[in-house]
Design a protein around this ligand. Structure first.
Ligand SMILES: [Zn+2]
Ligand SMILES: [Zn+2]
Length: 308
């Protein structure tokens, strides 16, 4: 496990991100978020067939105060099968702390861990969770549960809530505000912008380059972006709805983010980690890291990181 802190890099402060306002036409609501740092735990960083890494999932925690006592956890994607449960255990994240689960799309490497997670939560009386997904994905998730573990929704009863996402609209998830946005993966698919008022994280999940990603990553403190491979396979990557390391670097540059982390990578049989980072760095001047399973990234504003 590696721990990165902004203070290590002396990154210049950017302007505060825009205030996000929920856009529901019938009930406009201004969402306010706490200006607190975020901790990101990269639970799974491999592509669907990567046997060396867990599949896509990350945990986001709002840290309250200097000791980071607040540990209510947001999950973005659920890896596959019971791998998620193992990664949560390895990261020291208690299941009962998971209150919000966002699903980007239906592919098994992102949604396949939901059923085991809900079964595990059903055995914990204190557990309450809300699952968020765009509409077609939401229907597919209900079908997945009906096929693989019928009855689990009743086991959780009112402790399980569902909320359909509308791309571009913000939702409050504990102390954070999460805005989903449509990206380009060949099916219904959303990325996520997580904001605490002063700290911003953007997650591309799976996508070929698209303007929406740059828009919702604008000024972010951290961009977590997939990297299918190098630009030598750019045509293949785009055909399958993915991006290269250079694409990730170009998006980071265009959006003016402070830091880029590459994830969703092929096994070492097919991808050279150093080459992926070098390619992204060739087009983005900020810090670039290739994620590893269970890496922890503390995301703070430059102001907070310097303790002012
Ligand atoms: Zn996918
Ligand atoms: Zn994927």
């Amino acid at each position: 496990m590696r721990l990165y802190r902004d203070a290590d890099h002396h990154i210049p402060a950017l302007a505060a991100p825009p205030v996000l306002v929920a856009g529901h036409p019938s009930a406009p609501v201004t969402l306010t978020a706490s200006n607190v740092p975020l901790r990101v735990v990269l639970l799974g960083t491999g592509d669907p067939l990567n046997h060396e890494r867990a599949q896509a999932s990350l945990a986001v925690q709002c840290l309250e105060g200097a000791e980071g006592a607040e540990r209510e956890t947001i999950l973005i994607d659920t890896s596959r099968g019971t791998i998620l449960l193992g990664q949560l255990h390895a990261a020291g994240i208690a299941l009962a702390r998971i209150r919000h689960v966002f699903i980007s799309h239906r592919h098994f490497d992102h949604a396949g861990g939901l059923a085991p997670l809900l079964v595990a939560l059903s055995a914990l009386p204190a557990a309450t969770v809300t699952v968020y997904a765009p509409p077609i994905t939401m229907t597919a998730l209900h079908d997945l549960l009906a096929m693989s573990i019928p009855g689990v929704e009743e086991w959780l009863g009112p402790r399980l809530c569902w909320r359909t996402l509308v791309p571009g609209q913000a939702v409050a998830a504990g102390r954070a505000i999460v805005t989903s946005f449509a990206v380009a993966h060949g099916m219904e698919y959303v990325g996520f912008r997580v904001d605490t008022g002063g700290v911003t994280l953007t997650v591309s999940a799976d996508t070929r380059p698209c303007p929406a990603l740059v828009k919702y990553a604008e000024g972010a403190d951290l961009l977590i972006h997939e990297a299918y491979g190098l630009d030598t396979v750019v045509a293949e990557a785009h055909r399958f709805g993915h991006a290269t390391a250079a694409d990730a670097g170009r998006a980071a540059c265009a959006a003016g983010v402070r830091r880029l982390v590459l994830t969703h990578v092929c096994s070492s049989l097919h991808a050279n980690p150093t080459a992926l980072v070098d390619e992204a760095k060739s087009v983005f001047a900020g810090p670039v890291t290739l994620a590893r399973d269970l890496d922890v990234v503390d995301v703070r504003t430059a102001l907070n990181a310097r303790g002012r």
